[in-house]
Design a protein around this ligand. Structure first.
Ligand SMILES: *Cc1c(COP(=O)(O)O)cnc(C)c1O
Length: 237
């Protein structure tokens, strides 16, 4: 095994151990928690290494970077590309939605009506079905994305009415400086309210390298973990 693959393998195992411990503490089944490995800023070669280590779910946050990286991987190792379920987790401009709908299986960052329309059009054009999560803003900070809690029911109705989209659930990032337990408890309430109207919208995307235990405690089904596995961001990558 190469040194980098060894390093990724060890960090991946350490994160799985954290998830298992956190699940054990609250009596959850670790199989009910999906680890999405966030590969933003890291090269196509790391994606290939992660696939070889059994990773199936990866997350990217910029259309241009993700599209180029996935195309390169498809050229180098089409089986590795085909093995991946791609999660788009970043703030998304409407004019990039068509591109993202062409390769993402799940878009975690849907927070406004125009984006729903653009993703639906893009998915139809690509002949694909895209799962979408409503990103919820857990504070009222402007500019970091996320719909206000009060907007969630209307967005959910809109998404549920689009033929090329499937409403998967909710996503949030704990506000900077906030107690992650309080933030994810709030997200769990939003999820419960959503599921009263949309039973199949069971996904709760929450938790990153620093706060994944809190997310597990509050019912996260998808954790988005980058740094704890890939390392710190490459300066020149
Ligand atoms: C980068 C990113 C992550 C991963 O964060 P780490 O702290 O590196 O684990 C998770 N979610 C979103 C929305 C991100 O942009």
């Amino acid at each position: 095994m190469t040194e980098r693959r060894q390093e990724l393998s060890e960090r991946l195992e350490a994160v799985h151990a954290r998830i298992e411990r956190a699940c054990a503490e609250v009596g959850r089944d670790p199989d009910a928690v999906t680890l999405v490995v966030v590969t933003k800023h890291f090269p196509m070669e790391d994606l290939a290494r992660l696939v070889a280590l059994g990773v199936k779910d990866i997350g990217e946050n910029k259309d241009q970077e993700a599209a180029a990286k996935l195309a390169a991987l498809a050229g180098a190792d089409s089986a590795a590309r085909a093995a991946l379920r791609v999660h788009f987790i970043g703030q998304l401009q409407t004019n990039k939605a068509g591109s993202v709908a062409g390769y993402a299986d799940v878009v975690h960052s849907v927070d406004r009506p125009r984006l729903v329309e653009a993703l639906d059009r893009g998915a139809q054009r690509a002949g694909r079905q895209v799962e979408v999560l409503i990103q919820v803003s857990l504070d009222d900070a402007e500019g970091r994305g996320g719909a206000a809690v009060a907007e969630v029911p209307r967005l959910a109705e809109q998404i549920a009415g689009r033929s090329a989209l499937r409403l998967g659930g909710v996503m949030a990032v704990a506000p900077l400086g906030a107690d992650p337990d309080a933030a994810f408890a709030r997200l769990a309430e939003v999820s419960q309210a959503l599921r009263r109207e949309h039973q199949d919208a069971w996904m709760v995307s929450a938790g990153m390298s620093a706060d994944l235990e809190a997310a597990v405690r509050h019912g996260a089904t998808h954790l988005r973990v980058g740094g704890a596995i890939l390392g710190s961001r490459l300066r020149n990558g």
